[in-house]
Design a protein around this ligand. Structure first.
Ligand code: NCW
Length: 447
């Protein structure tokens, strides 16, 4: 048995996102988002589920905060629903929406929990989608306006801001692979959007700096680690292209001021061009205070001509899988963090999401999710190795506090350390909740 111990100053937390937990879809003047539209389009979400009620956290946040308090977390990461603030994306502010987040943030603070606020976790106001969504540069400016309002409104209350959650998902998963809202399958569109998202991030950071407010700001890309199937150069190159889609494409512009040439060349080969306007890169390439990393999985990849986007294919070499069918690959977590350090230096990092989908249910009042505990132990062991090797880790937030609306998978996939019965909305602490509570209290666990 080994003891895995963490530095005393590491901050522990848990994360959620507005559309996945809030419900109250028509309450207090909330406007529609693209996820309302998408989830109500037949065939888009498993079982026809939608976020109308979700965990009903909009009404039950006091109970949720009690659960957080007992858990002992330092930080709670949540997202703001843009259409609650600007029901049509821009223009008139919905004061009731703002008031809800004031009440909520005040309650967190009163309980000694620091809020970490994500400004965009995928619920774009439908009114902006109707004008082209993220393809339209006006959406970028609308995001900057919305961010600016939030910074000023919550000055002194919220000191940790995340601009965009998982820009890869917002661009490529949603507009090229097409399984998330708005559901297009167009590589040029998705690539344009990826640039606009980075620009939106940059413009929000500019607003934050101009406002002179206290606090820290960053963004939260998701990383999927890839291992080459063999040491043949073609496999290594295919693997690097696959990974470059997650890492270099979304990190180089922010930290180096340019897009990676090997990826630009590849996109050009696919007939895709990037239209960068004067001044864009200056917005994107400016100092941020931390980067949020979302890590879940890794895959083995090999070269296959004319296959998928990068002439590569995933090979199943028998890794264990979660109930989402995602490979469990904790080594990739360590390797991804090491790669970030090697390529971009010792930027302060919060792990803004890490966790696993296991669908264990309640039996006699208990949820025995030992597999989630094992997953968390393995990934926290990798994190500890990364810290020991000099990666600048500030905090770790698990995904997710609660089982919730898992986007295209509806309520079928459960990531929570707290079980939610979606009929009664009753919360039940899982075994992993108790394990995490003990780990936070001790600052170590037995492996
Ligand atoms: S779907 C997804 N997730 C989960 C979600 O609940 C959360 O909101 C996200 O930040 C857990 O963490 C993120 N990520 C998308 C991964 C895409 C995998 C599908 C690839 C299919 C080609």
């Amino acid at each position: 048995m080994a003891i895995i111990e963490f530095p005393k100053d590491i901050r522990w937390g848990a994360a959620t996102a507005a559309y996945q937990i809030e419900g109250a879809a028509t309450k207090d003047g909330r406007g529609l988002s693209i996820w309302d539209t998408f989830s109500k389009t037949p065939g888009k979400v498993l079982n026809g589920d939608n976020g109308d009620i979700a965990c009903d956290s909009y009404h039950r946040y006091e109970e949720d905060i009690e659960l957080m308090k007992e858990l002992g977390i330092d930080i709670y990461r949540f997202s703001v629903s843009w259409p609650r603030i600007f029901p049509t994306g821009t223009g008139e502010v919905n004061q009731s929406g703002l008031q809800y987040y004031h009440d909520f943030v005040d309650a967190l603070l009163a309980n000694g929990i620091e809020p970490m606020c994500t400004l965009y976790h995928w619920d774009l106001p439908q009114a902006l989608q109707d004008k082209g969504g993220w393809e339209n540069r006006e959406t970028v400016d609308a995001f900057a306006e919305y961010s600016d309002l939030m910074f000023k409104e919550f000055d002194g209350k919220i000191k940790k801001w995340i601009t965009i959650n998982e820009p890869w998902c917002v661009s490529f998963l949603s507009n090229f692979i097409g399984i998330h809202a708005p559901g297009y399958q167009n590589l040029q569109l998705a690539t344009t959007i990826s640039h606009h998202l980075l620009l939106a991030h940059g413009k929000a950071v500019t607003k934050f700096r101009e406002s002179g407010l206290t606090g820290e700001i960053g963004y939260a890309p998701n990383l999927e680690w890839n291992e080459p199937y063999s040491n043949k150069q073609e496999d290594i190159d295919a693997c690097n292209r696959g990974m470059g889609w997650f890492i270099e494409w979304f990190f180089d512009p922010v930290f180096k001021g340019s897009y990676p040439q090997f990826m630009l060349d590849w996109f050009e080969k696919k007939g895709v061009t990037l239209s960068i306007q004067d001044g864009d890169m200056a917005f994107i390439h400016q100092p941020i205070d931390f980067v949020g990393i979302n890590y879940y999985t890794g895959s083995v990849v090999r070269y296959k001509e004319n296959h998928e986007l990068f002439d590569n294919e995933k090979v199943d070499i028998g890794y264990e899988k979660t109930d989402f069918d995602w490979n469990i690959y904790p080594e990739g977590f360590y390797k991804a963090l090491s790669k970030l350090k090697d390529q971009y230096g010792q930027i302060p990092i919060y792990i803004t999401e890490n966790g696993a989908c296991y669908n264990d249910g309640v039996e006699n009042g208990r949820v025995k999710d030992q597999r989630r505990i094992d997953y968390l132990k393995q990934h926290l062991t990798s994190l500890s190795r990364a810290i020991d090797s000099g990666v600048n880790i500030k905090g770790y937030l698990t995904w997710s506090l609660l089982d919730n609306f898992e986007w295209a998978e509806g309520y079928d996939k459960r990531f929570g350390i707290i079980h939610v019965d979606f009929n009664t909305l009753e919360r039940t602490k899982k075994d992993s909740y108790y394990w995490y509570k003990q780990t936070i209290k001790n600052g170590w666990f037995d492996m």
